[in-house]
Design a protein around this ligand. Sequence first.
Ligand code: 0O2
Length: 213
Amino acid sequence: MGQWDRFLQPYKQAVDELKIKLKGIRTQFQRNNETSPIEFVTGRVKPLASIYDKTLSKGLVFEPSERLAHELQDIAGVRVMCQFVDDIPTVLELLRQRHDLKIIEEKDYITNAKPSGYRSYHIVVEYPVATIQGEMIILAEIQIRTLSMNFWASIEHSLNYKYKGVFPSEISERLQSAAEAAFRLDEEMSQIRDEIHEAQAYFTEYKEASKPV
Ligand code: 0O2
């Protein structure tokens, strides 16, 4: 096993465990026939190429080290998608109550969107991973956002990759206006949230009732 594989192994474990735990929250709500504030969860260990880019931009040496583990807080990254903006504080509260992770930093890019138009709520957590050498505390970043924020961010991320952050002005303007549209979509959906929840509960009951015995 190479030194990078060894270094990244506990991050992979942290991502796998956090994904299972966060998906578990959704399952528990569903079992109680309650609407889940979590729609779906994804996670990834930062690819080596992105770790390399970030070490360059932060003036760090590209090698597995304590310093790198401390400075790059999103080597382990998990994303929680919610239907409504109001679900985000609910998810945060559920995470604050847990004893298996410790929130050490919060960045609210929803109240304060980034100049790009990016909106999301980020928390950095300390997460203990049990390894055969003993317990290791891993830093992980959890991004909590609505489906609409996620749609915008994933499109912008792909374009960013293509244009390396320097967008032609027309694309830049379209992205700004798409960010405003995504914001308005969240607002509109919040207005009819109760109606949507009722319809979803009805649909779930209907699906359960029509399952073959
Ligand atoms: P990837 O591919 O998702 O890993 P730093 O972490 O030092 O770069 P900062 O501002 O302290 O900077 O971190 P921040 O903003 O809390 O988290 C950075 C991550 O948030 C990014 O990771 C993206 O996932 C997301 N993000 C932040 N700003 C934007 C944006 O304008 N557009 C999009 N699409 N995503 C954003 P990476 O490493 O950039 O990418």
